[in-house]
Design a protein around this ligand. Structure first.
Ligand SMILES: [Fe+2]
Ligand SMILES: [Fe+2]
Length: 165
């Protein structure tokens, strides 16, 4: 077992999120194509743009702090994305698939919210104020997306799906 510093852990977690965000930029267009509700389609497209900005924020943070990211794959995100693919393969387009996609996207958002929360705590502990601020901007976007998805679900998509099954 190797002795690691909080900085090692921060780099590990940040590299993991970098991979997660990259995977999300590939998953969101597929989810937008699979969705029926135009509001949901728009929400996926809007979050794709935000996600590209979030990747740039990590690039910016790495450059400013002189840290070096590790090449790694976020296997948790791989699993979440895989589950969203399964839904798309198994359910025909419509309200039920939309409800499934909202759920899949919210699992992604919650994973991101937890991860960025941890990264912000570590950045603050290490005295990386600018990094904490950049990560905080991203965390706000993830929370807003989660809330937007909840609102779309409550607007009737999920309800309609339950009624018709
Ligand atoms: Fe994100
Ligand atoms: Fe997100």
């Amino acid at each position: 077992m190797a002795r690691k510093t909080i900085e090692d852990l921060f780099i590990h977690e940040l590299s993991d999120m970098y991979s997660a965000e990259k995977q999300i930029t590939k998953a969101l267009p597929r989810m937008a194509r699979a969705a029926t509700n135009p509001i949901l389609v728009e929400a996926f497209k809007a979050h794709l743009e935000e996600t590209q900005g979030q990747i740039e924020r990590i690039d910016q943070l790495v450059e400013a702090s002189g840290l070096k990211l590790k090449r790694m794959k976020c296997v948790a995100m791989e699993g979440l994305v895989e589950e969203s693919k399964e839904l798309i393969e198994e359910i025909e387009k419509g309200e039920v698939l939309d409800a499934g996609l909202i759920g899949a996207a919210q699992k992604v958002e919650h994973y991101e919210i937890a991860s960025y929360g941890t990264l912000i705590s570590m950045a603050k502990f290490m005295g990386l104020k600018d990094a904490a601020r950049l990560l905080g901007d991203t965390l706000k976007e993830e929370k807003a997306t989660d809330e937007k998805l909840s609102a779309i679900a409550e607007q009737g998509g999920n309800q309609a799906a339950t009624l018709k099954s």
